[in-house]
Design a protein around this ligand. Structure first.
Ligand SMILES: [Zn+2]
Length: 385
């Protein structure tokens, strides 16, 4: 029940991502994330120690009061960061543990502090056109109290966000670029006009998407395209002295290429999802067993990134008021003949084409599957024919 509620809430949240302009002051953001990495490691270690001693899970409601004490005594140097941002680190550990107890994920891990990626601000910020103010704190010797130390960061506001802003996040990526995420309540939709068309989509390793109309869509596979470039950069990295300035430059160079590849992939996914949403009222796909596919196919699955595409497609369908359906993982879609329903038990993975012994119709394996997928969700099942 709780899970369902959360998912529904998420739907109305929308995140806008903006690049924070480079400025020497951004070092402050970097230092903050480094410190948050320290906080994360400190509290995770504490959680583990608590468990060893008492055999109990401490949880955020024991840890947060402890943070208050730490800030006054030994960890004075964390106190410049807004309190809700520090608390969020503990909340995240708490959420990861809860997911673990529910069997939904792994245990939280210790992080290298320069790998700590994001900070959440719920109150200590102010947004204006193209800039954001963050209220850090600074110790004032004369009054022996903390004074606000407000800092502005400008960002490239390429589009507007809508609705009430819930919170913001500052992110640091592997290249060292800082990003601002603005998360707002926004359930607005932008319905496309009805086309009266439905489509069944079969995902595949050889052909990315096959539609029941017979259309086949190939994936550009950006990682594969950049493999030579990647090897070159990796080689250049391995020749450098680890930890030297040149080595760090090569690390960033490599990270930049990976970011570029990820952007290319995402861009193509958005465009494809838009195209499908414009053309069809109802979109039907299979539920994918992503973990199984990764084990079987490795790098190629990551490059095709089915999971990301499905998420984007789901969102686009919600936004443009299209129906998005997923049929169960165990619904047979490949083997039944889409014309007469004959179950072809002898079909192997290598048979790209086959002829139905019952009705004699000739099938392309993927198109046949796409037709069955559409029918499983929208039409009478093949068995009933
Ligand atoms: Zn047949």
């Amino acid at each position: 029940m709780a899970k369902k509620r959360k998912r529904k809430q998420k739907r109305t949240r929308r995140t806008h991502k903006y690049q924070i302009r480079e400025h020497p002051q951004n070092m402050r953001l970097g230092n903050m994330l480094d410190d948050l990495g320290d906080v994360h490691n400190h509290f995770l270690a504490l959680e583990k120690r608590y468990y060893r001693r008492y055999g109990l899970y401490a949880g955020r409601y024991r840890l947060q009061p402890h943070l208050t004490k730490l800030l006054k005594r030994t960890k004075h140097h964390w106190a410049w960061i807004p309190r809700d941002t520090l608390d969020e680190v503990i909340v995240r550990i708490h959420i990861t543990y809860e997911r673990f107890f529910d069997g939904l994920g792994g245990l939280p891990k210790f992080k290298r502090k320069d790998r700590y990626r994001s900070a959440k601000f719920e109150s200590a910020y102010k947004l204006e056109e193209g800039r954001v103010r963050i209220s850090f704190k600074a110790w004032d010797e004369s009054s022996q109290t903390f004074k606000f130390n407000k800092r502005w960061f400008s960002f490239h506001q390429h589009r507007e966000w809508k609705g009430h802003v819930r919170y913001i996040q500052i992110l640091r990526d592997a290249v060292g670029t800082f990003w601002l995420y603005v998360v707002s309540d926004d359930a607005s939709t932008d319905p496309y006009s009805a086309t009266g068309e439905s489509v069944g989509i079969d995902f595949g390793m050889d052909t990315y998407l096959t539609l029941n109309t017979g259309e086949k869509i190939e994936h550009p596979q950006p990682l594969k395209q950049s493999l030579t470039e990647l090897r070159k950069l990796n080689k250049s990295l391995s020749r450098k002295v680890k930890g030297s300035n040149n080595w760090w430059r090569a690390v960033r160079e490599l990270a930049r290429l990976y970011r570029h590849i990820a952007n290319q992939r995402k861009d193509w996914h958005w465009k494809l999802a838009t195209n499908l949403c414009k053309r069809f009222d109802t979109i039907v796909t299979e539920t994918l067993n992503l973990d199984g596919m990764k084990r079987l196919w490795g790098r190629k699955v990551s490059d095709l990134s089915f999971g990301q595409f499905v998420e984007i497609l789901k969102f686009k369908c919600f936004k443009h008021k299209r129906e998005f359906l997923q049929i169960g993982q165990w619904t047979p879609t490949t083997k039944p003949c889409s014309d007469c329903g004959y179950h072809n038990k002898n079909l192997t993975l290598d048979d790209r084409q086959w002829t139905c012994p019952e009705c004699g119709s000739h099938h392309d394996r993927d198109i046949n599957a796409a037709i069955n997928i559409l029918r499983a969700a929208c039409g009478p099942s093949v068995e009933q024919m």
